[in-house]
Design a binder for this molecule. Sequence first.
Ligand SMILES: Nc1ncnc2c1ncn2[C@@H]1O[C@H](COP(=O)(O)OP(=O)(O)OP(=O)(O)O)[C@@H](O)[C@H]1O
Ligand SMILES: N[C@@H](CCO)C(=O)O
Length: 323
Amino acid sequence: MNNRRVIVRVPASTANLGPGFDTLGMALSLYAWIELRVSEQTEYQFYGDQMRGLPKDKSNLIYKVAQLVFKEAGVQVPELSISMHSDIPLTRGLGSSASAIVGALVAANALIGSPLTDDKLFQMATALEGHPDNVGASMFGGIVVSAWDGERADYIRLEPDPRLKTLVAIPAFQLSTEKARHALPTQLSMADAVYNVGRSSLLVAALASGELGMIRHAMKDRLHQPYRAALIPGMATILERAVEYGALGAALSGAGPTLIAFVDDKAGDADALEPFLLETLKQEGIEARTLWLAPAVLGPRITVEDISKQPAVPLPERIKGEV
Ligand SMILES: Nc1ncnc2c1ncn2[C@@H]1O[C@H](COP(=O)(O)OP(=O)(O)OP(=O)(O)O)[C@@H](O)[C@H]1O
Ligand SMILES: N[C@@H](CCO)C(=O)O
């Protein structure tokens, strides 16, 4: 274990997909890399613009999550060398906390010889995050349909349709999940609950069957997006009109503020979508950047190296070409 260097690449994710609040998630082709080694004292190396401001002591999420794995497995690894490079922006609705939790669980488990099963790691990740949607997608890749009752999370993974691509508009401002959850009501009407059960079921069926044309009707929501709209000016217009600009459907990504549009890559009729998203946000005074992302088919990719046999080059050099 002392000579082991573990590097885990973990995908970002989009949660809810509109109606599937706390239930649906899809992994995206944007990544974070976490490296763990046993060390004499705990130290951090952070790389990439997204890591600014994160703590470099034992209060760091990665360290705390790794210690939960060691405790569960009954081993002691009090000091760690932690390196991280992330392209996933923090507090923007692209699952940065889920990627950090899943990456830390998987890396810590690999460091001690993988005693915990993937299902056990998923249960731990769900309890830590408080909902299974983002962590399920980061853990298993693809599209993950999940349900959690506070004790056990169950899931089914769906293979994303190869025609599916996404365009995300990432506003320059941050919005924490905590704040976006505070905007939600504590009670809902039966009519709205039935509305969402219908849309969410239809969306899962559309994604599983490849009937992508149904997404425009299915990707609608009355549980969370209407209540969060005031936090993201321009969102309501984008959700309503994105289909006019070639999207299959659009949603708030996770708790926001990122907006995500689903596109049929083979249809080739979405050239006007990017300017529409950016212009709509700009009219509300919001600067944003866009990224075309594909669904990430794979969950975490684990590399274990023996550093007694090869020199441990810094993480950015090790992952050069992947970033
Ligand atoms: N690599 C990391 N190391 C330590 N803490 C992290 C790391 N990545 C994310 N976090 C923590 O997670 C917080 C962001 O979580 P939050 O749930 O608010 O947003 P998100 O996960 O980016 O978006 P969403 O859950 O809506 O998709 C950060 O402010 C930070 O505290
Ligand atoms: N389902 C969660 C995802 C963000 O973590 C929410 O919308 O609050």
